[in-house]
Design a protein around this ligand. Structure first.
Ligand SMILES: C[S@@+](CC[C@H](N)C(=O)[O-])C[C@H]1O[C@@H](n2cnc3c(N)ncnc32)[C@H](O)[C@@H]1O
Length: 313
C-alpha cells in the first residue's frame, strides 16, 4: 500500500462515522508499505497489509477477500488478465471494451475511484486523466496482481488453454500510464473505506449484479462522489443471479416490485433521482452499450453486452 493512501482512508466498520486509521509499518520499500497494519482507534479493528496489499474490509467481508471465492481462483485470474490486457499483446480476439469505458471519463484534477477494478485496466487508463486513482476489489488475488503490474510495469501470466495446460503471455504496459498516481486495495463496494465526497470520478463497471445488495452499492457511490462536478461512469450487463443477489433486491429483471422492468431503464430513473439514491441527482450525459468478452479457456468464452450510463452533477 502506498503511503499517500493512508490520509484517504476511514474505518469501514465505523461507517457512517468517519474515523481515520493509524498506520503501523513492519516492512517498507520506498513509498510502499509491504507488511504492517492499519488500526482503528475507535473500534480497535486491525486491517492487515500483507505482501503490499491492504485489506480494508469489515469482518463480514474478510472471507470473500481471502477465501476460495470464485474471483480468487487461478482460472478467473487468467480470464480477467486476458479480458483487460489482450489488446496489449495483440491477441486477434481482443476487444476495445476498457478503452471504450475509459473514453467516457473526463479529465479531472481530483481523485478517481474504480469500484470492482479486478486486475486494474480501467484504473491504469484513469491515471492519464486524474491526479490520483484508487482501484478497489474484494479479490485479494486480483489486487495482488494489479499491484504487481504497478511495480513491474510489465504483464506476464499463464493463460489457460485447457485444463492444466497453459501458455505464457507477456507484454509491456502502456508508457502513457502514470504508475505513481495509482494504488489498489482490497475493499468492499458496500462499505467503502473513504470519507464522503472524496472522489471527483467514480466508476462502477460490471459490478452491480455481483453484489448482494446493489442499492447499497449505489448509496455508497453517492456518498463518496463529489456533490459538485462529480462524474459517475456506470456499466452493467444486468445478468442477475439469485445465488449472488436475492431477487427481491435486484434492480430490474423482475415483472413486479419497486424496480420492475429492465435494469437499464431502472438505472436511468435512479440516476435522475428515483428512490432517493443520488442526492444531488445525476444528469445523464451519455448512454449506450459496450461489447465485452471474457475468455475462460481456448474453447469457452463469454460474450457480454454491458449497458452504460455516464452521469454528472
Ligand atoms: C464482473 S467482474 C468486473 C470487473 C471489472 N470491473 C471489469 O469490468 O472487468 C466483478 C468484480 O467485482 C468484484 N467484486 C464482487 N463483489 C465485490 C464487492 N462487494 N466489493 C468490491 N468488489 C467486488 C469481483 O471480485 C470482480 O473483480
Amino acid at each position: 500500500m502506498k503511503k499517500w493512501l493512508q490520509e484517504n482512508l476511514v474505518c469501514p466498520t465505523c461507517l457512517p462515522r468517519h474515523v481515520s486509521l493509524d498506520l503501523e509499518i513492519r516492512e517498507e520499500c520506498g513509498d510502499d508499505i509491504i507488511d504492517g497494519r492499519l488500526l482503528c482507534a475507535a473500534c480497535g479493528t486491525p486491517y492487515a497489509i500483507d505482501k503490499g496489499v491492504a485489506v480494508v474490509v469489515p469482518a463480514a467481508t474478510q472471507s470473500a477477500a481471502a477465501g476460495t471465492s470464485e474471483y480468487n481462483s487461478q482460472g478467473m485470474l487468467s480470464a480477467y488478465l486476458w479480458s483487460h490486457y489482450s489488446d496489449l499483446f495483440n491477441d486477434p480476439d481482443a476487444t476495445g471494451a476498457y478503452r471504450a469505458w475509459a473514453s467516457l471519463l473526463k479529465p479531472s484534477p481530483g481523485i478517481a475511484l474504480d469500484i470492482g477494478c479486478a486486475v486494474g485496466r480501467l484504473s491504469f487508463e484513469m491515471s492519464t486523466t486524474h491526479r490520483r486513482v484508487i482501484g478497489i476489489d474484494t479479490s485479494f488475488s486480483f489486487i495482488e496482481k494489479a499491484r504487481n503490474l504497478l511495480e513491474q510495469r510489465r504483464l506476464c501470466f499463464d493463460l489457460i488453454v485447457e485444463g492444466l495446460i497453459t501458455e505464457e503471455r507477456a507484454c509491456a504496459l502502456s508508457p502513457a500510464w502514470n504508475h505513481e498516481r495509482i494504488d489498489f486495495i482490497v475493499a468492499d463496494a458496500l462499505a467503502l473505506p473513504f470519507a464522503d465526497h472524496l472522489f471527483s470520478t467514480v466508476s462502477s463497471i460490471n459490478i452491480l449484479e455481483k453484489v448482494p445488495d446493489p442499492l447499497q452499492h449505489l448509496r455508497e457511490v453517492n456518498r463518496v462522489l463529489a456533490p459538485e462536478d462529480g462524474l459517475l461512469a456506470f456499466s452493467d450487463p444486468f445478468s442477475w443471479d439469485a445465488s449472488v443477489t436475492n431477487p427481491s433486491l435486484w434492480i430490474g429483471g423482475r415483472p413486479d416490485g419497486p424496480f420492475s422492468g429492465r435494469g437499464y431503464d431502472c438505472m436511468r430513473r435512479i440516476f435522475s433521482g428515483d428512490a432517493g439514491v443520488f442526492t444531488p441527482s445525476l444528469h445523464i450525459m451519455e448512454g449506450g452499450a459496450v461489447p465485452w468478452k471474457i475468455r475462460k479457456t481456448a474453447n469457452l468464452w463469454e460474450h457480454i453486452t454491458s449497458h452504460y450510463l455516464v452521469g454528472s452533477r
